[in-house]
Ligand binder design. Structure first.
Ligand SMILES: Cc1ncc(COP(=O)(O)O)c(C=O)c1O
Length: 317
């Protein structure tokens, strides 16, 4: 698969070391890798997960993408932005009973030119069903079907290009990221040699199998594990301790949201306190983006205006 024709979105990548007394106590170093793009909705894992889908669409002379997501999905915002940037069409099947044009994620998607079709909760369960996908492909032959979350071989391939093993202080002992549809973790495993830990933010018993299906070789199996202790009440649900953790990190200018990166990194701190990482460990945490989701949390009154400003970095002096 070639990426030569994929127009590169300008990228600013870098490492940030986290300083907390608990890290000193347990003799663990923590580095966060951030990949910020000029289009914020493509930051984190998003541009990487979509770039080879663009290449596939170009090779197959498709006019755009057809994809799936929830009404506040980071992936939908990313697909809308990525397609617009590359002059492609985008069509999304969204899990919702009605189209709320005030929802900030959907408003952004519509503004980027994305077409939206609604699926109710039951219909949305078909999103990975082979017959349903065949039917959709026949209806939309000019579009490339991109699975939910961009988690496919192509999605994992983009993420595998990251060099998360080498922090500014030297080789990492562990690489860690949040896992939901699994493509990011699979890409990290395919691209790295050290121990890899995914922190599941969804309760999905099929997740380990879905990750395994995207691995390049069997010998990658030994290097990774998936922790499922930190889903809490489930996907997109978070308690005040996660929110407080995101606030504390924002004070250090590390901006997280409570559904993916905040939940996963808070889990890492719990693991550190439990002594999971041996003294001398150097952790490399991949910041997978998703700050666009804060606007949706604010819109639904799940976070206050003050928290919205603090967590998105707009109140930073
Ligand atoms: C911000 C953020 N972090 C992590 C993930 C998890 O990535 P994946 O779905 O590839 O497991 C997602 C979902 O794509 C996300 O939006």
């Amino acid at each position: 698969m070639q990426s030569a024709e994929v127009t590169a979105v300008p990228v600013l990548a870098g490492w940030q070391q986290v300083h907390q007394p608990v890290l000193l106590q347990h003799q663990v170093e923590l580095w966060v890798y951030q990949l910020n793009t000029a289009i914020p909705q493509l930051s984190g894992n998003k541009w990487l997960k979509l770039k080879y889908h663009i290449a596939l669409a170009q090779q197959a002379q498709k006019a755009g993408f057809l994809t799936f997501g929830g009404a506040f999905s980071n992936h939908l915002a990313a697909v809308a932005a990525m397609c617009k940037y590359h002059g492609l069409k985008s069509l999304a099947y969204v899990r919702a009973d009605q189209l709320d044009k005030h929802n900030p994620t959907l408003a952004f998607c519509l503004q980027q030119g994305m077409q939206i079709q609604l699926l109710n909760r039951n219909q949305y369960r078909w999103r990975n069903d082979a017959d349903f996908l065949l039917q959709l492909q026949q209806q939309h032959q000019h579009l490339l079907i991109v699975p939910e979350g961009g988690s496919s071989i192509a999605g994992a391939m983009g993420v595998a290009e990251l060099d998360l093993d080498l922090t500014p202080a030297g080789n990492a002992s562990h690489i860690i990221c949040a896992a939901a549809s699994g493509g990011t973790l699979a890409g990290v495993i395919n691209g790295s040699g050290c121990k890899i830990l995914g922190i599941a933010v969804v309760k999905d018993p099929s997740l380990p199998d879905r990750i395994t299906q995207l691995l390049q070789s069997d010998d990658k199996q030994q290097h990774w594990s998936l922790n499922t202790d930190f889903c809490g009440a489930g996907y997109a649900r978070f308690d005040n301790s996660i929110l407080q953790f995101c606030r504390d990190m924002a004070q250090q200018r590390l901006y997280l949201e409570p559904i993916y990166t905040g939940k996963a990194l808070a889990g890492v701190f719990t693991l550190i306190k439990r002594g999971y990482f041996p003294p001398g460990s150097r952790l490399s945490f991949f910041h997978t983006g998703g700050l666009q989701g804060l606007a949706g949390l604010h819109y639904r009154n799940l976070i206050t205006t003050a928290d919205f400003a603090l967590l998105s970095g707009s109140s930073a002096g």
